[in-house]
Design a protein around this ligand. Sequence first.
Ligand SMILES: Cc1cc2nc3c(=O)[nH]c(=O)nc-3n(C[C@H](O)[C@H](O)[C@H](O)COP(=O)(O)OP(=O)(O)OC[C@H]3O[C@@H](n4cnc5c(N)ncnc54)[C@H](O)[C@@H]3O)c2cc1C
Length: 457
Amino acid sequence: MGEEGGLVIVTTLRFGSSWKDGIHKQTMAAGMGKSKRLERFVVIGNGIAGVSAACTIRKYNKEAKIMIVSKEPHPTYSPCLLPNYLSGEISREKVFVRELSDYSEDHIQLIPSERAVSVDIERKNIVLQTGSIGYDKLIIATGSKPTLPSIKGIDRKGVFTFKSIEDADSIAKWKGSTAVVVGSGPIGVEASLVLKKRGYRVLLIEILNRILPQMFDEYPASLMKKALEENGIDPANRERVVEVLGEEQVEGVVSDRRKIKCDTVILATGMRPEREFAEGILEVGALGGINVNDRMGTNVPDIYACGDCAEAPSLIDGRPILSLLWHNARLQGQVAGSNAAGIPSVYPGSLPIAAVNVFGLRAVSIGSTGEGTGSGHKIIEARRNGDYRRLVLSGEMLIGVQSINWDEDLGFFLAAILKKEKVKTYRDLMSSRKPLFNYLKAFPFGHKVLLSHSRGL
Ligand SMILES: Cc1cc2nc3c(=O)[nH]c(=O)nc-3n(C[C@H](O)[C@H](O)[C@H](O)COP(=O)(O)OP(=O)(O)OC[C@H]3O[C@@H](n4cnc5c(N)ncnc54)[C@H](O)[C@@H]3O)c2cc1C
């Protein structure tokens, strides 16, 4: 089955009708050759990047046919809310950021439970698991997938990743009491906090010298580690898990230091771009993401990529980075959609911003850390009754800030990073303070594609 000759669309497809019916209608209309041909935009992936791209296209082009192909059966949801769902703070329903009716209202056709397998760029045709569809402009927003470490026995029952709503559902159904969380990035830390709340005994094992190693330097990380210990989670650094024990089901793990009895293992050892669909067709960057320019264009004309699958420029130094964060994925989707629709839009760059609340200890990291990002950075630290702030400067420019329980002025520091202001000392940085609003007005996030988005996407 294919759509090769299906150049005519007679009806706007409504969500709920079979997409195969739609293709059938197109082919019949093509045969009759009477109607006007509409531009076809296909988005692969229904995460925040894909749905933002589709909504932006619709905003600029009221007529076009827009389809989203999604491996998953549901409307768009926020993985950021999965910890809140799993801890019981919010209902499962609240994890979704769109309803099925939103797609039909926007005349966007969602093709759920369908995997895009490959693309023929000569014929502009996408091969799906059960068919094929043609496109004029293609947006790849296939997101990321968990990196699985080379640990023996990770196929045992009771071993989970924490990426999708299905993962969260499986963890919710599982009846365990002792968990080993492998990896202490934001997802590992969130998983530990949630499992603790669900009554588990939790051990958090990290191979590096500190927890949250991409977001925090050693001292602020040590404050969070202490908070975890004081609240009954056992964090361990410089320890490598090498094997999961058990017949069919998890009975323990072996590390390079010890043997631990447990019935649950969460693998939180990082995410990597999901780019199987475009393998061998699109250029891939050194970090494993699809290479894009500042318009989210790939090396193939009429194909854009955005979100976790793409390697886009950093806002701080313009070097390609994998952002793997919601706000950047959303903006990348908007920029990709805008350019695909013919409205030029430039991506200002990805900025790492992350916040975590460890038993009441509010930790925020914006921009680059001082450790692990090369030498030559200047660090300025400040302490106030147990609160902590750390500024990272490259030359005279502020490139990062980390704070523990010290939220005031974070907007100001964010603006200073974005404006690439020259500062010498903490005192200078504070005394040159201007109202945040003035700074933000000058920042490209104020670009019209952001301001004009519907439904808060
Ligand atoms: C537990 C958790 C907590 C998080 N918390 C935060 C947070 O607090 N703050 C923050 O900024 N970020 C957070 N993130 C990261 C954030 O959720 C992601 O950066 C963001 O969702 C990426 O969006 P995306 O659209 O690029 O990709 P995804 O959300 O991964 O969506 C991609 C979609 O494409 C589909 N797909 C892939 N391949 C195909 C194919 N071949 N055919 C069809 N469909 C396909 C996938 O099934 C998926 O539905 C968190 C992530 C997780 C897992």
